[in-house]
Structures are given as C-alpha cells and as structure tokens.
Design a protein around this ligand. Structure first.
Ligand code: SF4
Ligand code: SF4
Length: 257
C-alpha cells in the first residue's frame, strides 16, 4: 500500500481485484503497477495431523537493483540508468516500450504499465532518496522486515539475524544475493538481498540468474562460423558454374548441313 500510494500506482481492476484462491497472495506477481509483492509460500504436510511440519514462507519481492543489471545492459534507448545511489531506474519519458528489458531481467520484475504503456518497476523511491528519505516500503513496514541502508550496514544486520535464526534451529537459513552465496555471482550480487530458509526456486527465484551478454561471445563465434560456411559454399558453387561454362565454350560444334 505504501508503495502504491507514494508512486500513485492504480489498484487492480479499480479495486475490484479477484481473490487468487492461492494462499493470501492476491497480488500474484510483480508487474507494471505492482512494484512490491509479498509472496506467501505454503508448505503443508499431506498428513493434516502433522501440522508441526507445516509452515508459511514469506518474501517481500521487488527489483533487486542488481550490481550487473541485465535490464540496463539491453535497453536500446538508454531509458534505464544507474543512479547515484547505485539503484536501477527506468525513465518513463525515454522508454519506447520495446520490452527488451522484460525479456532480459532474470527475476521477472519488469512489465509494461497499462496506463503509461512504458516499462516500469520499483525505483527504490528515487525521489524520496534524493530528498534524504528512505523508501516508502521500508518506512511503512511495521516489523522492520524491509530494511534500508548502505550495503555495508545491511550486511552486518543480515549476518546478525542469520546467526540468530541458525542459533534457534533454522539451520537451512542463508542470505541470497550477497557475495559468495553460490547463486548470484554472475549478476555481481544484489543490492536488494534476502534472508531465506529454503531453496531459491521455492520462492520463485532463479538458482543461477544470468546476464544476456554472457551469450554474446558464443553467439558471435557461431554467427562467424555460419557466415564462413555460407561464403565457402557460395564460392564453390560459383567456381563450378564457371567451370561448366568453360567446358561448354571449348566443346567443338557439330557442322550445320
Ligand atoms: S532485478 Fe531485473 S529489473 Fe531489477 S535491476 Fe535486476 S535485471 Fe533490472
Ligand atoms: S521497454 Fe523501455 S526501458 Fe525496457 S528496454 Fe525497451 S526502451 Fe528500455
């Protein structure tokens, strides 16, 4: 709500949103006018008498403001910028709606806003940051689940919380999006990172987010090889047709009677 209010994003269907029937998660996904999405992952034992084995996992999903941002790499118009706060922001007035960034983002964050018809996502409240304020979500969160600060400070807090959880028996807890996590090396870590207690895929996160530029060298090699083969084939065909022509011109003609 804080995100929607601050960024003046419309309610779905004018506020007449249907229930998903899938847990309490009625937002369903991030898109052009849902820039934050609290995921409810239900894990219930098939045996209803074993309720101690059941749990809800929650994750407040958002743009990760990746250290190496795939969306920024592919945008052909320069609409996506890296700000002075190291966040990634889409400038709606420069976006032409080509959707390249939507295909490139490994986290499925961006979508076209139905009103502006441009690509949109969380800006980490760029306007608030410029005014020395924290993002609206972090300000409004009553349990301080969303925290804002420098990466260095947040890392200290996250590691402390991780130790606390592990000390309480949550042995599978880990940080996703930090250096050495074994998951996000290729995108250089995430400027929005998470404390999770199950595999990334359980939360709908990729185990190995990738950058589109990673495919450029092999693609260029294959394209070059393909072009060389086509050129060689063309040359051989041309040579054969010239030899056939030469053979015809040197064959003696039958005398005409
Ligand atoms: S999460 Fe997606 S939209 Fe956000 S910075 Fe990374 S690549 Fe871009
Ligand atoms: S949709 Fe807009 S922001 Fe995304 S790649 Fe195209 S021009 Fe850039």
């Amino acid at each position: 709500m804080a995100c929607k209010e601050w960024n003046q994003l419309p309610a779905t269907n004018g506020g007449a949103n249907t229930l998903s029937g899938n847990s309490y998660d009625n937002t369903r996904t991030l898109d052009g006018d849902h820039w934050r999405h609290v995921k409810f992952v239900e894990q219930f034992s098939a045996d209803r008498n074993r309720s101690e084995q059941s749990r809800w996992l929650m994750m407040s999903d958002v743009c990760k403001h990746c250290a190496h941002a795939a969306c920024l790499e592919v945008c052909p118009t320069g609409a996506i910028i890296r700000t002075e706060f190291d966040t990634v922001v889409i400038q709606a007035d420069v976006c032409n709606g080509c959707r390249d960034c939507i295909a490139a983002c490994p986290f499925g964050v961006i979508e076209i806003n139905p009103v502006s018809k441009t690509a949109q996502k969380c800006t980490l409240c760029y306007d608030r940051l410029q005014a020395g304020m924290q993002p609206a979500c972090a300000q409004a969160c009553p349990t301080a689940s969303i925290q804002f600060g420098t990466i260095k400070d947040l890392m200290v807090r996250a590691k402390g919380r991780l130790q606390q959880l592990q000390g309480q028996g949550a042995k599978d807890a880990y940080l996703y999006g930090v250096a050495g996590d074994g998951y996000t090396e290729e995108v250089g870590g995430l400027n929005a990172f998470y404390l999770l207690v199950d595999k990334p895929q359980v939360y709908g996160l990729p185990a190995r987010p990738k950058l589109p530029t990673r495919n450029m060298v092999p693609s260029a090699l294959f394209s070059g090889l393909g072009a060389a083969l086509v050129g060689l084939f063309g040359f051989l065909s041309f040579r054969k047709s010239r030899m056939d022509e030469a053979a015809v011109s040197t064959t003696p003609r039958e005398p005409v009677v």
